[in-house]
Design a protein around this ligand. Structure first.
Ligand SMILES: Nc1nc2c(ncn2[C@@H]2O[C@H](COP(=O)(O)OP(=O)(O)OP(=O)(O)O)[C@@H](O)[C@H]2O)c(=O)[nH]1
Ligand SMILES: [Mg+2]
Length: 78
């Protein structure tokens, strides 16, 4: 399984414009049944279930992180 992400932060947050929001789309790819859905669910929802059905096509989940007081990071995990 391989995860590719482009987590590069530009620290351009400034007080006048309020919080800066960043959106990153993270693609999780790999052979069937290796645990991609499990990994994403565990990270975004905080639990593991041994009963996931195989994913047909693609699915995605969202995770929002308060990076610091001026920066919000939204992750789209595919
Ligand atoms: N024991 C154990 N089982 C795991 C782990 N990760 C995933 N599994 C199990 O492996 C099976 C497949 O996990 P999925 O997360 O559905 O795998 P997937 O890569 O999304 O599969 P596809 O969507 O079919 O490509 C499930 O029954 C999971 O419960 C792990 O870390 N430990
Ligand atoms: Mg899956």
């Amino acid at each position: 399984m391989a995860a590719a992400s482009g987590l590069e932060l530009d620290a351009t947050a400034n007080a006048t414009n309020g919080p800066t929001e960043h959106l990153y789309k993270v693609l999780v790819i790999g052979e069937f049944g290796v645990g991609k859905t499990s990994l994403i669910r565990r990270y975004t929802e905080g639990y593991f279930s041994p009963n996931y059905k195989l994913t047909i096509g693609v699915d995605f989940a969202l995770k929002s992180l308060e990076w610091d007081n001026n920066t919000k990071i939204n992750l789209q995990l595919w």
